[in-house]
Design a protein around this ligand. Structure first.
Ligand code: PBG
Length: 327
């Protein structure tokens, strides 16, 4: 054929492919989500094979191993015992609670490891919702916004006081980024960053995670605060608000089914973008690989590269340590 342009020339050898590669993934792009509980034994999580609810000692060890592989940050998710769950979720700002103790233990053992905390009420809320629950005149469940934001501010402050480097509000209440920013600043924590769950969708892919923390809503769903999976433009609206309110990093969650949203935000903001490969995405790859249907190492790498290619600067993934270990 008379073909002056042959794209395959740029794919001929591993060397040329390395030179023309547009997207790379390094351990430095990864954030490792870790579950912690009060018990002093590490416990396998049935709903998320390969993941563990760590004791404080186990958490410190696992985070240290991940950090030694080049992972800069962990994000903490606490499994709170039923006796501490209340309808006011007060345990979430207990300065001696599980998360503040975990932050202190991690920062003491690994000062250069960034500790990110989840700011939302669901693990502490007897109702299992991210916000406080009320009933309206006709008895329907209502997640009250402004009262919740006040509690989230206390929660974020307790994490900052314990030494958290970043707080990550995942609750989707309106105005919480600005409120947390002012509250932290007034309290002298202007160096604590906010990684905002900017476009967090009401997703069925969170199912295994709620199993891991026993944090599923007791009644109703999260559709009055998490975004409708059908919407992308609405993510731009959330982005504008989070930028104005002072977010340092904006997040899209889940990641894989929402690559268009990541790419849209990439075009629209100069802020760094995080994407969360959530528990359901993890399990799809994990279970298909365990059955021998997919090659785990390869599909995991491909899924993460796809998320970066779409425009994410960093990825929260349960595969973080495995992937970093293979680099
Ligand atoms: C709760 C929270 C959830 C996840 C992270 N923070 C669950 C939810 O919103 O119901 C999900 C993470 C995952 O599925 O891996 N604030």
């Amino acid at each position: 054929m008379d073909l002056p342009i042959r794209p395959r020339r740029n794919r001929r050898t591993a060397g040329i492919r390395a030179l023309v590669r547009e997207t790379t993934l390094t351990a430095g792009d990864l954030i490792y989500p870790l579950f912690v509980h009060e018990k002093d034994v590490d416990e396998a999580i049935e709903s998320m094979p390969g993941c563990t609810r760590w004791s404080l000692a186990g958490l410190v060890k696992e985070a240290g191993e991940a950090h030694a592989l080049g992972i800069p940050a962990v994000v903490l998710f606490p499994a709170i015992a039923d006796e501490f769950k209340t309808s006011g979720a007060e345990e979430c700002f207990n300065p001696d609670g599980l998360v503040p103790r975990a932050i202190k233990a991690l920062k003491e053992a690994h000062p250069s490891l960034l500790v990110i905390t989840d700011v939302a009420l669901d693990p502490y809320n007897a109702d299992g919702h991210d916000g406080l629950v009320d009933r309206n005149e006709v008895g329907d469940l209502e997640i009250v916004n402004d009262e919740t934001v006040a509690v989230l501010c206390e929660q974020a402050l307790s994490h900052a006081q314990a030494g958290a480097d970043l707080v990550a509000p995942s609750d989707m209440m309106d105005g919480r980024v600005g409120a947390i920013r002012s509250y932290l600043d007034e309290s002298g924590f202007m160096d604590v960053s906010i990684m905002s769950y900017t476009a967090k969708f009401a997703s069925a892919y969170y199912g295994p995670f709620r199993g891991a923390l026993e944090s599923a809503p007791k009644e109703g769903d999260k559709k009055t605060y998490q975004m409708d999976p059908a919407n992308a433009r609405e993510a731009l609206r959330e982005l504008i608000l989070d930028e104005d309110e002072g977010a340092d990093i904006v997040m899209v969650k889940p990641a894989g089914p929402y690559l268009d949203v990541i790419s849209m935000l990439r075009e629209a903001t100069t802020l760094p973008i995080a994407a969360y490969q959530v528990s359901g995405e993890y399990l799809m790859l994990k279970s298909a690989s365990a059955a021998g249907w997919l090659d785990e190492e390869k599909v995991v790498m491909e899924s993460l590269l796809g998320i970066k290619r779409a425009g994410a600067d960093m990825i929260l993934t349960y595969f973080a340590k495995d992937v970093a270990g293979r680099m």
